[in-house]
Design a protein around this ligand. Sequence first.
Ligand code: AR6
Length: 175
Amino acid sequence: MTVITVVQGDITDQHADVIVNAANSSLLGGGGVDGAIHRRGGPEILDACRALRASRYGKGLPTGQAVATVAGRLAARWVVHTVGPVWNASGGDPALLASCYRESLRVADDLGARTVAFPAISTGAYGWPLEDAARIAVETVRSTETAVAEVRFVLFDEAAFTVFAERVHAPRPGG
Ligand code: AR6
């Protein structure tokens, strides 16, 4: 059984087997979570990302997919990079956002990870409304078969923490 926990904080402070990065398809870094992970984790992560671009992802990592690298100086064994969908004037594709969570857990399972820390993918620079992103995140994790024992959502600010915590702890139909 997978336990879902919710904490407020910086994802780069987390101790977990996997820390998930809300990356972009270039895999070469950016702002937000991505910037924080590369800054704190050090150059080993970027080197590994460059190697992935040179081998499997010359055209970039497609939206909704996930790939693992080393975690450098982070208190994790691996970073799993995933690319969330962008929210634009006509909305966003929820299947792609769900895919980020599902594929990250699949990669984590392949690695034998037991604890996985996720940020709120797509809710920063990519503009996805928080409540909807939290619903998709929690529903997807709950419906994914995985050997991961703990999925931890790590929310930077209090508003996001509250939205995720309410979603995780809300009573569900049928228990
Ligand atoms: N720890 C936890 N959550 C954080 C942190 C942190 N250190 N920093 C920001 N957040 P974002 P996206 C929250 O923009 O929307 C990058 O430039 C933030 O408040 O990191 O998927 C990439 O390179 C928000 O709720 O990711 C891409 O180009 C959430 O994490 C693009 O941004 C996600 O915000 C990806 O955009």
